[in-house]
Write a protein that binds this ligand. Structure first.
Ligand code: SF4
Length: 764
């Protein structure tokens, strides 16, 4: 077994240091307009850049960025800065073809930054890396599919193959993919949801009976209090700021809970509101609670205790007694549990003051409709599921489900991550699995397959031989980069279906394939004519997406076509006419209609101007749980104690990246420019370690007696609670242990890992 130590780091620290400038007073505004236009101009040019006008339009294509919903009434420019960049990144005029791979060896490419790799352009030809070679070579599509089929069918068991999915994959491609994989004989279907909102799906399913959010975009303008916890919408879901601004101007109060006071929740200048662009914009958060890393559960319990105390002083003024009595279960146990908690311990763990808690509970106690929004800051913890269920407890106390302006809002970070799960991308056989089996005449595998953590473990242990990845950047998105790389190298074959070059391609198995596919903005023409695909946003709305740009190469295939050809080549005895399905996606949708609940008359429904909403019983006030009652849950407080000289590390995204795609090395909203190998620390902690600003440091993570070391970071003084430090991912991912994950959901704990830091600069 090859070991991580046998190889140089797969993502070496880049030389140099950051330039630190003041943070802007407001998010978006002119700088967002400038950055959108300059990136679009530099990548796509004017010609292909015009596709921006079709981005998120009802007859256009869905943004390949996050999963924030589109409003009923679309603006002419219905996108944010990061949406523009995601589109321009895909519409780039630059190309990566055979000559590129002839020029650059894998070893040379590994020395390059993620930003440089991404900037090389769109992949144009299927490429193959033969065993023992250091360059990818061109390969024909026929030969590529033959290689995949031979290797898959050469495995001793179908469970030795792993089929990963990134959230960009459309419903049509994802449904076809899961059908192919299950017909091949396994449920090894890990996906990027395992890395992000799995704790949300798991926690919500247990508490309210559905693993999705329960609000619509329209609910935001009806809410009286909106809590944004463990989320940085200014960077990761920027159009959400428009909804927050509208709510705020309508009288709503906003509470921000995050270790960092992010500009995006402080003030917003809507680029399409002249008054904002000439003025100071709209202040958003009324209250910011700088919770310590890992302190969310304690903070939510402190607020709930305060609400109960208010209720005790003024009965029936805070709690929704009728709702609690008739619609929930477990309230008395929950109340008794809170009574056992010491408020001082809660405040210490949360890192906030009693008056902060009082201000928050004051706002919540008077709320006629509360929405709580969250993202990775809640889910990527050992107690990620407990955090989600504490949020639900807070909402249940006030009866904030099943009415306008109220509910749970986990905001998905990838355009179709929710849709992929809905159409079967899951390591478990969906409830409709046997319907699928009858429809396609096969016996679906019943045993649970690998999620991402399971796949990483099995790859390292040599229990798998093939990885097929639909989109994404498995290596960089995963924790424990070097160990994942060691596992990937052990594969007989790695196959990446991709639009652009990324670091995963550079760590192939013995043999490697890169299969270039059409992007969301590309025109997709099949024998059945021009095709559209469909996606599901964070609020359960399924809509069309139809690209309009000429594809960057005539060698590209669509994702559904690639899956169909893989299945045809691999499943020799299959009765399914895969080619026919890929010839016209209406046929795939008809198949989905006949198998997946909620997609009845799919082709007709989705041709409506705004798509259609999937059934969401909780939005209608019903809890699909035994007795029709939602459930309060209680969990032990996490132990946040640290040994002397240790810190809790949290990883985060800069403003100029989308997941593992790095647009530039700048992070404008945090005032960090030109370099990504930085660790944000409080000034007091830097003084305690005798570190000068920008001093070079080594960071060591400590987990179950195992240390993971990474050097080359510049220490940057920043507004973050003492004892907490922050780094960007994927640079810091080698420090995140693969076997450190959330209880229940197995989401990697990228938001809290114990580390120590030491200066490496001369004299430090
Ligand atoms: S908010 Fe998200 S989906 Fe909307 S344009 Fe921006 S990145 Fe795209």
């Amino acid at each position: 077994m090859s070991d991580a130590e046998d190889f140089p780091p797969v993502n070496p620290a880049q030389d140099g240091e950051p330039i630190i400038r003041p943070q802007p007073a407001a998010a978006a505004g002119w700088s967002a307009v400038r950055s959108s236009l300059s990136y679009t101009w530099s990548q796509a040019g004017v010609g292909r850049g015009r596709a921006l006008l079709r981005l998120n339009q009802t007859d256009g294509f869905d943004c390949p960025g996050c999963a924030w919903p589109d409003p009923q009434r679309r603006a002419v420019t219905e996108f944010c800065e990061n949406g523009a960049r995601a589109m321009a990144d895909e519409a780039t005029q630059r190309r990566v073809g055979p000559s590129f791979f002839a020029t650059y060896s894998l070893d040379e490419l590994l020395q390059r930054s993620d930003q440089w790799l991404n900037a090389q352009g769109r992949l144009t030809h299927p490429m193959y890396r033969a065993p023992g070679t250091n360059h990818y070579q061109p390969i024909s599509w026929d030969k590529a599919f033959e290689t995949i089929a031979t290797t898959l069918n050469g495995l001793e068991s179908p469970h030795q193959a792993v089929f990963y999915t990134s959230g960009r994959t459309s419903n049509e491609a994802a449904f076809l993919y899961q059908a192919f994989v299950r017909m091949f004989g396994t449920n090894n279907l890990p996906d990027c949801s395992n890395l992000c909102h799995e704790s949300s799906g798991y926690g919500l399913s247990e508490s309210i009976g559905i693993g999705k959010g329960t609000v619509s975009l329209e609910d935001f303008s009806k809410a009286s209090v909106i809590v944004v916890i463990g989320q940085n919408p200014g960077t990761n879901h920027p159009r959400m700021l428009s909804a927050l601004q509208e709510a705020k101007l309508g009288g709503a109060k906003i509470i921000s809970i995050n270790p960092l006071e992010e500009v995006g929740l402080t003030r917003f200048k809507h680029p399409q509101r002249l008054i904002d662009m000439v003025g100071r914009g709209t202040a958003l958060a009324d209250l910011h609670l700088p919770v310590r890393v890992g302190g969310d559960y304690a903070l939510l319990c402190a607020i709930q205790k305060s609400l109960l105390e208010r209720e005790a002083k003024a009965p029936a003024t805070v709690l929704s007694e009728d709702f609690i009595e008739h619609r929930t279960q477990g309230f008395e146990e929950f109340k008794a549990f809170l009574a056992t908690l010491d408020m001082d311990r809660l405040l210490a763990d949360a890192g906030v003051s009693a008056s902060d808690i009082e201000m928050a509970s004051e706002l919540l106690a008077r709320s006629s409709g509360t929405i709580v929004c969250w993202a990775m800051g809640i889910t990527q913890h050992h107690n990620g599921v407990a955090n989600v269920q504490a949020i639900v407890n807070l909402l249940l106390m006030g009866g904030h489900f099943g009415r306008p302006g109220a509910g749970a809002c986990p905001v998905r970070g990838h355009s179709n991550v929710q849709g992929d799960r809905t159409v079967g991308i899951w390591e478990k056989l969906p409830p409709w699995g046997d319907v699928l089996g009858r429809k396609l005449q096969f016996s679906p595998p019943q045993e649970t397959g690998f999620d991402v953590v399971g796949a990483i473990e099995a790859m390292q242990a040599g229990r798998t031989g093939v990885l097929v990845a639909m989109g994404g950047n498995f290596l960089s998105a995963s924790p424990d980069t070097e160990r994942v790389a060691a596992g990937l190298r052990q594969q007989r074959l790695t196959v990446y279906v991709s639009t652009k070059l990324n670091r995963s391609h550079l760590v192939p198995g013995a043999a490697g394939l890169i299969l270039p596919c059409l992007g969301r903005s590309d025109q997709d023409v099949q024998p059945g004519g021009k095709q559209f695909v469909t996606v599901e946003n964070s609020m359960g709305i399924v809509s069309r997406s139809q690209g309009s740009l000429p594809p960057p190469s005539d060698q590209l295939l669509s994702e559904p076509r690639i899956v169909a050809r893989m299945a045809e080549a691999t499943l020799k005895d299959s009765t399914v006419d895969w080619t026919d399905l890929a010839d016209d996606y209406d046929r795939i949708r008809d198949l989905i209609s006949s198998v997946v609940p909620g997609f009845e008359d799919y082709n007709q429904q989705v041709r409506g101007s705004h798509g259609f909403s999937l059934p969401n019983p909780v939005h209608a006030g019903q809890f699909p749980l035994p007795g029709g009652r939602a459930r309060f849950h209680v969990h032990e407080l996490p132990d946040l104690q640290l040994a002397r000289g240790r810190f809790w590390l949290t990883t985060l995204r800069s403003h100029d990246q989308f997941n593992t795609t790095i647009y530039t090395a700048n992070d404008r909203y945090r005032g960090v420019y030109g370099h990504r190998w930085v660790v944000l620390m409080s000034e007091e902690d830097m003084v305690s370690l005798d570190l000068e600003p920008l001093a070079k440091v080594e960071i060591v993570s400590h987990y179950h007696g195992v240390q993971r070391r990474l050097s080359g970071f510049s220490a940057v003084p920043y507004g973050i609670p003492r004892g907490n430090v922050a780094c960007y991912f994927p640079e810091a991912n080698p420090l995140i242990p693969w076997d450190s994950f959330a209880v229940g959901s197995r989401t990697p704990t990228s938001k809290r890992v114990e580390v120590s830091i030491r200066g490496t600069s001369i004299g430090s």
